[in-house]
Ligand binder design. Structure first.
Ligand code: 5GP
Length: 115
């Protein structure tokens, strides 16, 4: 079993989060420290710590995250202008929370992809 993170507590509603979308497979909520006008995290409802642990059994949920990302972008009114999806992995990727998540960032023109 993967270790618990703060995102497990958000999933169990033990700590508050501004949840913008949830279903039986994924949950999406606003980042507590937004880096753009829209900054939403989309996570599977079970913990995969990093991309390194993704296996074939996760393919459906990972695909679903993209479907939900497109839905939320439409909901947020940023679909047409565009947005960025980011997944950080481990130390060099800048990952802080070890529960796989996709950042959905938009609402302004974003800077260079890699600093
Ligand atoms: P990472 O660097 O792991 O890709 O991104 C983790 C993200 O989770 C960061 O952008 C951080 O601001 C966000 N985050 C960390 N703790 C919390 C929290 O308790 N609630 C919310 N909504 N976001 C969090």
């Amino acid at each position: 079993m993967a270790e618990e993170t703060i995102f497990s507590k958000i999933l169990r509603k033990e700590i508050p989060a501004d949840i913008v979308y949830e279903d039986d497979r994924v949950t999406a909520f606003r980042d507590i420290n937004p880096k753009a006008p829209t900054h939403i995290l989309i996570i599977p409802n079970y913990n995969i710590p990093t991309v390194n642990e993704v296996t074939e059994k996760d393919e459906a949920v990972i695909g679903h995250i993209f479907v939900v990302a497109a839905k939320i972008a439409e909901q947020e009114g940023i679909a047409e202008k565009g947005y960025r999806l980011i997944v950080n992995c481990n130390e060099h990727g800048g990952q802080e929370v070890y529960h796989l998540h996709i950042h959905l960032l938009g609402g302004q023109r974003l800077g260079r992809m890699v600093v």
